[in-house]
Design a protein around this ligand. Structure first.
Ligand SMILES: *[C@@H]1O[C@H](CO)[C@@H](O)[C@H](O)[C@H]1NC(C)=O
Length: 421
C-alpha cells in the first residue's frame, strides 16, 4: 500500500502515541467541562449567555405579552426610488386612490408607549395615511402626539376614543373622507384600505373593521384590528351619539363594544369588509395566528366572537388584507420589508381593476337610514339585517350571498369571555 510511503505508520512512532493520548485526555476534559455547565458558555458573547427565554412571543394574544416590546432606536432607513425593484414599480393607481380615498389615521397611544410602540408605527405604515394623529394625554414632539383631556388607563379608553373623534371633528373633518382608528400595535396596509373603501362614499353612514358578533345586534368592530368610519359616521358619532344617553356617557367600558352600540344607535351600518371571494381583511392577531390551522383551542374566544366563520390556512386572509393586531414594533419593520420591498423576481403583479362604486341603495334599503333623533328608541334603531346583507352582497357571488343569509345575528352573548384586547 502506498500509505506506508507517506510517513511513519500509526502506532509505530512514540510521538504519535503521545499525541493521541494527549488529544483524548483534552477532549474528555473539554466534554466534561461543557456537560457540567449550562450557564458558562465562554464562546458566546456576554449578552447571549444572560439571555432569558424570548420575552416577545411571535404570536401574542394579549396586550400584556407585548407590553415590554420595543423597536430599534435607530430608523431602519429606506431604499431609494431609483434602486432595484423600486425603479420598475408603477404606483400610479395607488397614487390615484391616495387622492380619491383620503384617509386620516389616528393611533391610540399613551406616554409610556410613545417611544416603545408609536414611534415605530410612525416610521412604518403611518406615513402612508393622508393624515396621521397620535392620540395621547401628553404632547410629545417625537410623534407629534395630541394631548387629549383624558386620564390614561384601560378604564379610560372609551373616554379617549370619544375625545379623539371630537378633536378630529373640530380640527380635521375636512382633511379626509375616512377616519381610521388603530392601536399602537396594529399594522395597516393603507393602500388596501383605500381599495376596499373605493366602492363606498364618505357620505354613506357606514364603518368597517373586524366584525364581532356579541353585544350589539349588527355586531361591532374589534378595537385592536382597527376600524374605519366614513365622514358621515364621524358626524353622526360626534353630533348625535356622544351627547346622547343612547351612548355610554362615562369613560369606562370596552371601547370597541361601546363604539359598536353607538354606531348602531345612530344607524351607522356595520360594513362587510371581506373581499370578493369572502376572505377577511381586518385581523385581531398576527398573520401566523390566522394562517396556521388548529393553532388555538376550539373554545378560544375569537372563534365564538367572529361574525363570519374564520377560515383556516391560506383561505384565512385576503391577498388585499388591511390590518393585523398584536404586531410587535420589530415585526412592523419586517412586515414593511415583506410587503413593500421583497419581490420574487420575474413575477409581476398587476392590480385588479377598480371595483364599481356602490350606491347607498346597493348597500342598504334606503328607509333603514335617516338620522336618529334623541327620541328614537333603541328598538326602532334596529337594522333590517337580511335585506342589508342581501343588498350588500349583490356584487358578490351568489353562493356567498346565500351562505351569508344563514349568518344571522345572534343575541348579545353575555356569557362569552371578554377578550383582553
Ligand atoms: C402604470 O399603470 C397604469 C395603470 O395602473 C397605466 O395606465 C400606466 O400606463 C402605467 N405606466 C407605466 C409607465 O407603465
Amino acid at each position: 500500500m502506498k500509505i506506508t510511503d507517506l510517513g511513519p505508520r500509526n502506532g509505530n512512532h512514540p510521538r504519535t502515541f503521545i499525541t493521541l493520548l494527549f488529544g483524548t485526555v483534552l477532549g474528555f476534559m473539554f466534554a466534561t467541562f461543557i456537560s457540567s455547565t449550562t450557564v458558562r458558555q465562554p464562546w458566546l458573547p456576554e449578552y447571549y449567555r444572560q439571555r432569558e427565554p424570548p420575552s416577545v412571543v411571535s404570536d401574542p394574544h394579549t396586550g400584556n405579552e407585548l407590553r415590554e416590546a420595543s423597536g430599534p432606536e435607530q430608523d431602519v432607513g429606506q431604499h431609494a426610488a431609483h434602486e432595484e425593484v423600486h425603479a420598475h414599480e408603477n404606483a400610479s393607481l395607488a397614487q390615484q386612490l391616495e387622492r380619491e380615498v383620503r384617509i386620516l389615521c389616528w393611533v391610540m397611544t399613551n406616554p409610556s408607549n410613545h417611544k416603545k410602540k408609536a414611534l415605530h408605527v410612525k416610521r412604518t405604515w403611518a406615513g402612508r395615511c393622508n393624515k396621521i394623529l397620535f392620540m395621547s394625554s401628553v404632547e410629545d414632539p417625537l410623534i407629534d402626539s395630541v394631548a387629549l383631556p383624558v386620564s390614561e388607563g384601560r378604564n379610560n379608553l372609551w373616554a379617549k376614543t370619544k375625545a379623539a373623534f371630537k378633536y378630529i371633528y373640530q380640527h380635521h373633518l375636512d382633511d379626509a373622507d375616512w377616519f381610521l382608528k388603530a392601536d399602537d400595535d396594529t399594522y395597516v396596509i393603507v393602500e388596501n384600505l383605500r381599495y376596499m373603501l373605493y366602492s363606498y362614499s364618505p357620505s354613506h353612514p357606514i364603518y368597517f373593521g373586524c366584525r364581532f358578533k356579541p353585544y350589539v345586534k349588527q355586531g361591532y368592530m374589534s378595537g385592536g384590528a382597527g376600524y374605519v368610519l366614513s365622514k358621515e359616521a364621524v358626524k353622526r358619532f360626534v353630533e348625535d351619539a356622544i351627547p346622547n344617553p343612547i351612548c355610554r356617557q362615562d369613560g369606562d367600558g370596552a371601547e370597541d363594544v361601546e363604539m359598536g352600540k353607538c354606531m348602531e344607535a345612530v344607524k351607522v351600518l356595520a360594513g362587510d369588509s371581506r373581499d370578493s371571494v369572502g376572505r377577511g381583511r381586518f385581523f385581531p392577531f398576527v398573520p401566523e395566528h390566522h394562517l396556521i390551522p388548529n393553532h388555538v383551542d376550539k373554545d378560544f374566544w375569537y372563534l365564538q366572537y367572529a361574525y363570519y366563520k374564520p377560515d383556516e390556512g391560506l383561505d384565512c386572509c385576503s391577498d388585499n388584507a388591511i390590518s393585523f393586531h398584536y404586531v410587535s414594533p420589530n415585526q412592523m419593520y419586517v412586515l414593511d420589508y415583506l410587503i413593500y420591498h421583497l419581490r420574487p423576481y420575474g413575477i409581476v403583479a398587476h392590480s385588479q381593476p377598480l371595483p364599481k362604486k356602490l350606491s347607498l341603495g346597493d348597500i342598504v334599503r334606503v328607509d333603514d337610514l335617516g338620522k336618529t333623533t334623541t327620541t328614537t328608541t333603541k328598538k326602532s334603531n334596529q337594522l333590517h339585517q337580511h335585506q342589508r346583507h342581501k343588498a350588500a352582497n349583490s356584487h358578490r357571488g351568489v353562493a356567498q350571498a346565500v351562505d351569508e343569509t344563514r349568518q344571522d345575528v345572534t343575541d348579545p352573548d353575555t356569557k362569552a369571555n371578554e377578550p383582553n384586547t
